[in-house]
Design a protein around this ligand. Structure first.
Ligand SMILES: NC(=O)NCCC(=O)O
Length: 443
């Protein structure tokens, strides 16, 4: 949305624009486009419909608030919405020019931040640079499958190059990044996108991991050839030397809305592995697993310092939950959470229904991006765009995890033996809920 020419007397719109420019460094983006429209104008501009994926014409809630509030009010809102890290707002950081140039050339959102930890006497900082990529598909879902997949590879390459140029140590891609999220359709032909753990996509990523000395988490539709060619929703963990460290299979498969994934693959059988990498102990909680606090807990009990949540989810279903669940998991488990969601609306050749009485339709709805980081001290970064491809980067001092354990003592004050007892009783067929009824209730 172009910003219109100015007149000698500043209009309300120009005042707003000036305020946005003043606040620009708050946004922490290196590539803000001259797009941002003014809230009051939106009702008059029918091109700014929610279908474009914007929030009242803005790329993210953060940008909307930054442009709409006075700087003082915005500071206060930000303090409450994003929290404080070591007593200060989470800071944007500058990135090397080659990374910025790639974002400008290939038109993806690029933002970068830093989480600090307190200085310790006996331990040096353990700072790692982490990156998350969100993207839309590259070709229509009607294109030949191989073309679709290869076009996504080529779309991602410059974004991964930007992560490499920015010195990212650990990078995570979105859930099932090699394909459209076609599981809504229930059509089995999409199974053709499945690949073995050491297949074509992994090889593509291995080269880049080696090139940039980067750990990369690659979430794919897996075909397990040795076990009867079964399918899984799997994150492959590729080490910074290009080696395959291991894999994790999605534990919880959604049965909600159009998320008909249970037609394609079963609940994972890999437990809650933590991967000890050159840059820290990491785990992957794939998409719908984020609704299960015990799933988050298990990764924490195994010692994760960063848990990645590669996702594919749509606004109508889950957007209000998105920032809350991630942040809560980071707080409750004293680790960092890295949340990634794809962007765009994917339209499929054949309409489908999902047994909910709604008319047949050919798309899932809008995947709302909004990838971001949450820290164990309850601070979090602003989110990437709601509708553009993007790379969000954050430095994080992993010492913060133990510092928060020491401060809040959640690990010590948890009553694991009580929970274990409760759960072991709950899974028995003859389980009786512990309910003490008021004897006067029915008198
Ligand atoms: N991919 C996936 O598990 N989506 C489920 C929807 C949600 O959890 O928001």
């Amino acid at each position: 949305m172009p910003v219109h020419e100015s007149s000698p007397v500043p209009t309300h719109r120009e005042k707003r624009r000036k305020k946005m420019e003043r606040n620009d460094d708050e946004i922490g983006t290196e590539n803000r486009k001259a797009e941002t429209p003014i809230v009051e104008d939106i009702e008059q501009d029918s091109s700014l419909t929610p279908n474009g994926g914007s929030i009242a014409g803005f790329e993210s809630l953060h940008r909307l608030l930054c442009a709409s509030l006075s700087p003082q009010v915005f500071q206060e809102v930000k303090r409450l919405l994003l929290g404080l890290n070591c007593g200060r707002a989470v800071e944007p950081i500058n990135l090397p020019d080659p990374a910025k140039a790639l974002s400008a050339k290939h038109d993806f959102d690029l933002q970068a931040f830093c989480f600090h930890a307190d200085k310790e006497v006996l331990r040096g900082p353990q700072t790692v640079r982490v990156g998350l990529i969100q993207n839309s598909i590259a070709l229509p879902t009607t294109a030949p499958f191989l073309d679709q997949k290869r076009a996504i590879f080529e779309k991602l390459r410059p974004i991964i190059d930007a992560a490499g140029a920015a010195g990212v140590n650990i990078l995570c891609l979105q859930e099932a990044w090699t394909m459209p999220f076609a599981f809504c359709t229930r059509e089995k032909r999409w199974c053709e996108f499945a690949e073995p753990v050491d297949g074509e996509s992994t090889q593509f990523i291995q080269d880049l991991a080696r090139k940039y000395n980067m750990v990369i988490i690659s979430s794919i539709l897996e075909r397990d050839v040795k076990h009867g060619e079964t399918l899984w929703n799997t994150a492959v963990i590729i080490g910074n030397r290009g080696n395959i460290i291991g894999k994790h299979r999605k534990n919880h498969i959604p049965r909600v809305g159009d998320f008909n994934e249970s037609t394609y693959y079963m609940e994972g059988n890999t437990g809650h592995p933590v991967f000890e990498t050159a840059y820290g102990k990491i785990a992957v909680n794939i998409c719908y697993g984020r609704h299960h606090p015990l799933n988050w807990l298990a990764f924490g009990l195994n010692g994760a310092e960063i848990v990645f949540n590669p996702s594919a989810t749509v606004g109508e279903l889950s957007e209000p939950m998105w920032p809350i669940e991630a942040r809560n998991a980071a707080i409750a488990n004293s680790y960092f959470v890295a949340s990634i969601n794809r962007v765009g609306t994917e339209i499929f050749p054949n309409p489908f229904t999902s047994g909910d009485g709604k008319p047949q339709h050919a798309d899932f709805g809008h995947f709302y991006g909004s990838s971001h980081f949450s820290a164990p001290d309850s601070s979090c970064t602003p989110s990437l765009s709601r509708y553009r491809d993007g790379l969000i980067i954050s430095d994080m001092d992993l010492n913060l995890c133990r510092q928060l354990k020491d401060k809040w003592g959640f690990r010590m004050t948890a009553r694991y033996e009580l929970y274990a007892d409760m759960l072991s009783r709950y899974v028995q067929p003859d389980f009786e809920p512990q309910v003490i009824a008021d004897p006067l209730l029915h008198k």
